[in-house]
Design a protein around this ligand. Sequence first.
Ligand SMILES: [Zn+2]
Length: 305
Amino acid sequence: MGLSRRQALLSAAALPLAATLPRAARAKAEKQGMSVPSFSRFALGDFEVTTLLAGTRPVENPHDIFGLNVSAEEFAAASDAAFLPTDVAQFFFTPTLVNTGAALILFDTGLNPEGITAALAAAGHTPDEVDTVVITHMHGDHIGGLMGEAGATFANAAYVTGAVEHNHWMGAGNETFDAKVRPLNDRFSFLDDGGAVAPGISANLAPGHTPGHMAYRIESGGKSLMLIADAANHPVWSLAHPDWEVKFDADKAQAAATRRSLLGMIAADRLPFIGYHMPFPATGFIETAGDGFRYVPTAYQLMLG
Ligand SMILES: [Zn+2]
């Protein structure tokens, strides 16, 4: 649908600015829909680190999940101060891939094989290339990509997880664990606090979210970052308010204590960190602020190597 030549001429006369447009009756462009990035890659010393967006979705009524021990008024005030709505939140699921040069190591696997496979493909990798899959803890949004109808997603991988975590879920009668992890048990090896996945990659026990939840320190060429997994799951409701109770934290007091010590260390050492549920690309810094912390999303620091 376009203007007639006469209408176009009249419009151009009435609105001189329109005369500067290349054509008056240009076809309108199709809207392309909201853009969703799928990977973000940077160098860390001699390592290459890629955050992979394996899934994202809006979730209604986030106060049903975050801040269980605070009033609706307090939740609303803290959210409003951070320019966040209270009726809905956007959730992100971000596994991390580390290419050490000697091995391709994937931390967590998203909700299903399709999500992680698509993000890997966008980043130029296939599931078959993954040498090691590290599972930070055994919740469904971290182990969901391990197995599908086609069997194991990562055909050539060895698997690593925390010993405490695996022991816990072995006796838990959990359907997701039994479907996604138990069939791979023979290919798992187990770490304790401080254990190494590979040179430069070591486990930090960070319990509370689950009994054996692990964070990881990744170090290469004098550079370090912390992969905190689910020790803090929201940039405001967890970081600014570390004592706010979270529905998915199995031991709420222990999870809060872990948040305070882990986030405090990251802030004191001024380290970059990756949070599995932070807004994509899921990378940031942490500063202490009041009685909690402030999330500082990365600008261009990680692009500088
Ligand atoms: Zn999670």
